[in-house]
Design a protein around this ligand. Sequence first.
Ligand code: KG4
Ligand code: ZN
Length: 342
Amino acid sequence: MKNEKDVLILAIESSCDETAAAVVKNGREVLSNIISSQIALHTLYGGVVPEIASRKHIEKVNQVVEEALKEAEVTMDDITAIAVTYGPGLVGALLVGVSAAKAIAFATGKPLVGVHHIEGHISANYIENKELEPPFACLVVSGGHTHLVVVKDYGEYEILGKTRDDAAGEAFDKVARAIGLGYPGGPKIDKVAKEGNPEAISFPRAKVSDAVYDFSFSGLKSAVLNYLNSCEMKGIEVKQADVAASFQKSVVDVLVEHAMLAVKEYGFTKLAIAGGVASNSALRSAMQEACKKNGVTFYYPSPVLCTDNAAMIGAAGYYDYIKGIRSGYDLNAVPNLKLGER
Ligand code: KG4
Ligand code: ZN
């Protein structure tokens, strides 16, 4: 199963509320992808509680690493290097994965590679699209980030635009809470919106006047809250599915418009999407259609590779590893790590 030349990365991800480990062969073949989700635990509180997340990561990290090796049918001897997310994310959560990866690297003498979480999300596209190679444009839409990025080469990025306030996923989560859907908001809005009319309510599509590729979602969130308040004051019944569908359409329209603007301006022939919100069914179909219209090949990971996982860290870690990038035992968690920084 493993040739001498094969590079097997053991990857660990713990930046938010999933404790995950994976074994990835040569950057593109996932031998195992174990995810221990804490969603049920945080649902009680309506969102991720950082301290609870850290404690749960500590409980689970060794277990997911063992399972990842077992499912991949390899032992630690077969592993070439250890990759781990070291930022951005919740500092306490990140520290658990980083400490575990450092301990494994130290105990086994294997190289350690610190990986940027967003670089991981982008690299998720390499796993199922073996032909995908840079350069391409990528829209990263997650709970913490909304970035329109040019992937110039492996590990080389140029940020065209990003959100000025809330991330797209954050807007989904906040609106879901406001309309009584609870946490995690994105998947719940996605589901409920299927029953609603996306044209029912006219919510704003924000533009940032001095930066065409930047995003802003806080105004949309406020518009939804204002709509709900005014319905309550006027005694009008709120149709949850219509609010969900109209809000979702507003987010999707903005994301598609920005991506297509960049595609046309820069002449990209390939566009990828990444991050938790990339699993949104309305976004996937609208982007697919827009790409088709503009003669652009559209790439998107399977939903399980969109939300946080360690396989994507293994893919990104592989390209860092073959470039000769190594981290020392002083690798630390960097909660605000910028894309392209080390
Ligand atoms: O990438 P991710 O798992 O974690 C971060 O790095 O932030 O993204 C989580 C975000 C959450 O805000 C969640 O509500 C959103 O992705 N999300 C979705 C969907 N699935 C997850 N948003 C819209 N539609 C979905 N189907
Ligand atoms: Zn993420």
